[in-house]
Design a protein around this ligand. Sequence first.
Ligand code: UDP
Ligand code: MG
Length: 320
Amino acid sequence: MKSYDGMISIVVPAYNEEENLPVLVHRLMAVMEPYPSYEILIVDDGSSDQTRYVLRQLSNAYPTVRFLSFSRNFGHQMALRAGYDNAKGDAVICLDADLQHPPELIPTLIQKWREGYEVVYTVRQPDPNLSWFKKSTSKQFYNLLRKVSDLKIEDGAADFRLLDRKVIDTLKQFKENDLFLRGAISWVGFRQCRILYQPAARYAGRSKYSFRKMMQLAAMGITSFSTKPLYLSVLLGFSMFLFATLFGLETLYEYFFTDATVSGWTTLVVLSVLIGGVQFIMIGIIGVYLGKTFVEVKQRPAYIIGDTSDIDETSTTWQQ
Ligand code: UDP
Ligand code: MG
């Protein structure tokens, strides 16, 4: 059991959410009332509306509200990261600013944390408010991600979760710029627990996740957890090589046993197909090494210790 006095941080990424923030803050404060120590940290992701002004007012009015403002729009994932980097709590809960993630679920997350879980993540139940397009693109994305990476992320996983201080400190050690948090959190392990929730409709404003941003997130998720796309070239190279060999044999057969060939044609065909195949294989090999370099330069911790009898803190060993 964790101590009941542990501080809780609530991290909220917000991009042009001026209408949602006051409502959100009041609902959060109502939910957090029984907890002795908490903070609400809102990360303004370079909003172009009055978000920053609203945040200044809220933080002046309530000592539990803090905010950070980005110099420009860096994206949802970066806003979350900044929140994680600056949160002071022993447990950090993040949720969206638009009230789609019900604040009333927070006590359940905290309860699970007190039971000893270090990651309490949520999975949204099928949502009648969600458009068909968003539902099917999200499903396809998770299918593809599970196929090309070794991650076990469930459909409907979102960035509404509680992380223990240990997990936050581990995430801070990820040096890669493009960090797909849902993947990273599944990857680090620890004692994880899953909670189902029913998402609400967006309180005000429109979704800030444009199609372009969704695609960017998908591409980042796949390329930061898998190098499989690079191996396509090797596969293609070998199939072309095989095809070249068969085709070459066939032209040789025609050359020797029929008189249907034009002089010089056989050599040209055989050479060009062979060279093409070999080139693809070579590019593929370069791709494989490039993939390995890519994995290494990220300098992720080689392993992560969740608990030990020796020291209290989570320690991490780095790859050299
Ligand atoms: N968000 C952000 N930066 C962005 C886009 C979105 O910080 O560039 C925030 C947004 O304010 C919200 C959360 O990320 O708190 C989720 O965005 P949204 O609700 O628009 O996405 P959806 O629920 O439609 O997937
Ligand atoms: Mg939303």
